[in-house]
Design a binder for this molecule. Sequence first.
Ligand SMILES: Nc1nc2c(ncn2[C@@H]2O[C@H](COP(=O)(O)OP(=O)(O)OP(=O)(O)O)[C@@H](O)[C@H]2O)c(=O)[nH]1
Ligand SMILES: [Zn+2]
Length: 292
Amino acid sequence: MSDKTGVITKIQRELFYVSVGNEVYPSKAKGNFRNKKITPVVGDKVDINVENGLGFILKIHPRSVLLHRPEVSNIDKCFVLSSIKSPNINLMLLDKYLLMIEKNSIDCVIVFNKSDLVSEDEKKIYADIYRNVGYKVIFNSNESSITNEELLNEFRNHINCVIGPSGAGKSSTLKKLFPSEYFISGKISDKTQRGKQTTRHIEIKMVDHNTYVLDTPGFSSFDLSFLNDKSEIKNNFVEFRKNSLRCKFNNCEHINEPKCEIKRLVEIGEISQSRYDNYLKIVEEYKKIRRY
Ligand SMILES: Nc1nc2c(ncn2[C@@H]2O[C@H](COP(=O)(O)OP(=O)(O)OP(=O)(O)O)[C@@H](O)[C@H]2O)c(=O)[nH]1
Ligand SMILES: [Zn+2]
């Protein structure tokens, strides 16, 4: 029997896989977490007590970040990966992802994948929207045989999470950037390893001791329950936050107020119409969930 500290790298079939150095301990959550309504998530740093190869989680260390969808903690960089075609880009979903990422103050890179399917003109339309806000935008294609070094370098020395809609190419991109031999895989110390695993699950993979990557199942919509207050919406649209000091009212919502700098910038094309329209829709959606 011994106590160890490690990181939850995978959750599957009610077992939490805790990596301690190069060892992985399948672990169970003690009842006290359930009573406190705290559920351990992938990314959590935990203390475990190991008995005959099976761990019991005793304590979850304080989290620096807790994402809502996917539910993961302590990551420090997020790649939002979306295709422009096949499936068609969903800017509303992209803006919601960015809102969630900004709220958590995580580094962010936007990846437009399947760049082989779109023209240069079309690429520019989407790149401009987000580069003007200040986001880093990288195009990628897995059809090309060349490794995307620019993208690869963005992953180094971070705990990374790749999110994006279903079918955008998250798994294909990671497989190409990090062929399996580059992953140092922990040895599973579960002597009763159950058969082939087919369930979809969230898993952090180690590329090297400073670089981790988390590939998550895609989803095509998500709710706004991660927000605590309506003002978090305007404060986490980066270009609104930056310019709102020039609005006439210091609590301007940028909707109906006169002399609103944000509306002026939309009119003259300095803030993208689609970002502004999505802001309005997100505010409406948030008001609806708060009414119930
Ligand atoms: N043309 C083209 N097709 C791609 C590219 N990347 C991935 N695909 C294809 O897109 C499809 C979806 O790719 P996945 O990697 O499974 O997508 P995913 O985002 O992981 O999807 P989920 O697991 O549903 O979240 C597959 O058929 C890939 O072969 C690309 O750069 N160009
Ligand atoms: Zn305003």
